[in-house]
Write a protein that binds this ligand. Sequence first.
Ligand code: G
Ligand code: G
Ligand code: MN
Ligand code: NA
Length: 253
Amino acid sequence: IRLENDLQTALENNEFSLYYQPKVNVQSGTVSVEALIRWKHPQLGMVSPAEFIPIAEETNMIERIGKWVLQQSCDDLKTLHKSGFSALKMAVNLSARQFMDSSLKATVSNILTSADVPPSSFVFEITETTIMKEPNEVIRILQALKEQGIMIAIDDFGVSYSSLNYLNRFPIDAVKIDRSFIRDFHENRKGAEIVEAIISLAHRLNLSVTAEGVETEEQVRFLLEKGCDEMQGYYFSRPVPLEQLPNVLMKLQ
Ligand code: G
Ligand code: G
Ligand code: MN
Ligand code: NA
């Protein structure tokens, strides 16, 4: 209840910020970033989006917060493009509600047009559970976004056990293997086999594969060997505020 009330005023009190975590494409040698929202609560300190995004979804706050994330990430991308990272791409997480909102297309187009940022620099990350809700409606929305030039990645892939074959119905570009699979494959052989199977099936369906939660050199070597396209995790960088991002990007390039 308390978080819910405080969430109402968080935007106007400037308590949100965006952190950015690099994604390293080992095939093309390029680096992109994912925007991750942070809430600095005046009394509680940092509150995780895993905690407040679900509350925002239930209370309609997600619409305003989602717009703020799009606007801020777009402004920051413009800044980065101007400061030497001219081809940088930006991934933004969309919640289920935000994705299904009928005004999404107009919102996105307004923000991108006024910032003068090409839509092809944006990747929207949508979770597997979001797209499984109303597949036909979802396909229409995805098609509209793709017509605008935006790329689509399926986040947290694997957790709800949907098959890649089913995903083939959706106009998407990439899957992000959930970090639980990456974390587990040290301990059990099965984890490694699942990761390997996802990569090879995804490639057969012409999807790019990102591994998230990559923390060790051993994981990097395994994923490289299996042909994983893109990696993200503490091994490369934690999420950092905009001010620190140029330094981090320079080191990774
Ligand atoms: O960054 P962190 O690990 O704390 O994120 C926790 C969860 O919150 C992740 O599942 C992530 O996808 C989600 N998340 C982070 N930023 C955003 C955002 O801007 N919008 C939405 N909808 N989810 C986000
Ligand atoms: O669900 P989503 O992929 O959007 O979640 C991203 C979240 O995962 C971020 O909040 C980030 O803090 C967290 N994260 C990113 N890299 C790592 C990592 O290498 N290890 C762990 N444990 N968490 C990570
Ligand atoms: Mn994500
Ligand atoms: Na994820």
